[in-house]
Design a protein around this ligand. Structure first.
Ligand code: FEO
Length: 164
């Protein structure tokens, strides 16, 4: 059985993951608008992954005989200054999510909730990957600079991303 405190924190994380999905979908829409379908594809897959993360928390709460409570999802931006600004935002967002996951692990340890602690370790590892993949694109976009050709090549590369 989940403690009230742990249940509330896990529910909050469902909301954070859904907000992430919403943010990446907004980024996909921005790239579609800018005629960069590869970037849009990458962001759409990212949004799908976030939905998957939300469902992992959902299922875990249900499995522990807790109660899932869905809250409104916060608003997301529609405009960014550049492709680089979008990915810098994505990276900063993932760093924030990493902090949230680590906070949940700390709470699980405090509550001596070993099952939650074990469940959360998957997310600890996942965040390393999430930050690395956003950071890799940030660095590539910095290298591309103002080159339209480099941007198109990168668009093609990101368009080849496969769903996990
Ligand atoms: Fe659900 Fe991108 O972390």
């Amino acid at each position: 059985m989940l403690s009230e405190k742990m249940q509330a924190a896990l529910n909050k994380q469902i909301n954070a993951e859904l907000h992430s999905a919403y943010l990446y979908l907004a980024m996909a829409a921005y790239f579609e608008h800018r005629n960069l379908p590869g970037f849009a594809h990458w962001m759409r897959l990212q949004a799908n992954e976030e939905l998957g993360h939300a469902l992992k928390f959902f299922d875990f709460i249900v499995e522990r005989r807790g109660r899932v409570m869905l809250e409104p999802v916060g608003a997301v931006p529609a405009e960014w200054a550049s492709s680089l600004a979008v990915f810098e935002n994505a990276l900063a967002h993932e760093q924030k999510v990493t902090g949230l996951i680590h906070g949940l692990v700390n709470l699980a340890v405090e509550e001596r909730d070993h099952a939650s602690d074990s469940f959360l370790q998957w997310f600890v590892d996942e965040q390393v990957e999430e930050e690395a993949s956003a950071d890799a694109v940030v660095e590539q976009l910095k290298l591309a600079g103002d080159s339209g050709v480099a941007l198109l090549i990168l668009d093609r590369e990101l368009g080849a991303r496969q769903a996990e």
